[in-house]
Design a protein around this ligand. Sequence first.
Ligand code: BG6
Length: 433
Amino acid sequence: MKTTLVIFGITGDLAQRKLLPALANIIEADKAGELMIIGVSRRAIGQFEVLGEHHQLSGTTSLFQMDLDNPADYQRLKEHINAEEDEQVLFYLSVPPDSAGGIIEHLGQAGLNAPSNKLLLEKPFGVDLASAQAMVDHTAAYFHESQIYRIDHYLAKEMAQNIVTFRARNAIFSYLWSSQYIERIEVVALESITIEGRAAFYEQTGALRDFVQGHLLQLLALTLLPLPTDDDLNWDSLPTRRQAALDTLIPADPARAVRAQYDTYKTEVDNPDSQTETFVSLELRSSDPAWQGIPLALTTGKALSRKKTEVRVHFRRTNTAQSNYLIFKIQPDEAIAIDLVTKKPGYDQEVEHQKLSYMYPPGERRPDAYEQVIVDAINSRKSLFATSSEVLRAWEILAPLQEAWAQQTDIKTYSVGADAREVLGDALNRSQI
Ligand code: BG6
């Protein structure tokens, strides 16, 4: 099937940093089929300026300037697209959250919501449960859920997908995969970058909405989700399985959560009163008998000493043995490692910790998460996209924190470049981050 991909916000940060490189790669890898790209922008801009170093896209890309609030411009866009019967049109909304609702409405009213058309949406999906519900209802007025692809690019990261494959394909771990043998799960996404000039976006967002609501809860869901015991995993069932995991999570307890802000943030966003958090750590619990009672810890922050995203599964110790843990290293290294206790070579029967690990070979090209989401959307594969009910459930889980934090005016600060463990201090009894 022929595809036209219409990107709203072609000049924006996401399109420039992620989408154009991803498109160049998938076209080169011949994964896009017959693809035309239309870049929509509000201001007049030349192709050379938009495509920059991705000039190989020039043959496939046309630019379209329009006023996003003007219904007549959507009619013009429709004529410009001029879709044939056997063609699908994908609308990628790479725009600030407050513009998305209007674009969706105008697309619908212009009849650009034909069943073969798809809507690709970027987070944040609302700012809390009520606004997310309103967004879901608004979108549903114009597009059917089957046409909507909500992107959480962490779901599409190679190693995040591998959590599921590893669990489904290695029987030794499936026997151990419950709180009977696991005592703690940690999902950590630390960043060394600051908000990098995204002041307006980040002031309304903060780490809870930017990272925990989507990325971290989804990584946790991949770790907890129920897998079939008797059959091969059907990837189409993944959203339902993630949903099942999210449904069992008990809404967060503010007493088991901390938040903080890096010390130059207020100046960066030019708001001396800002209470927006750039660091969050919380512990959740599940009501699922398979996971009951164990801490499920989520931590994220910006301007920390290093970038590190991983999921760590700590196994229970027996009376004598040290505990072992399994790590899914998502980035910057991509690896699966098991921490084992072994005999230290020598005369004295001492022990030491060693890691048994598998790392993707360096230099081997792997698709970036954005390549994966575009290819999957073109091919109508929805397993790596968040459904509306997952999004709503995630907001429900975090609602108690949002309510409690809305009352606070004394956010703790940390130095740029701090170690995440220092930021956490004694809170939440965290052994390692
Ligand atoms: C985005 C967040 O979703 O993910 C950013 O809005 C964050 O704040 C980014 O920096 C991190 O993505 P990645 O793939 O670089 O870890």
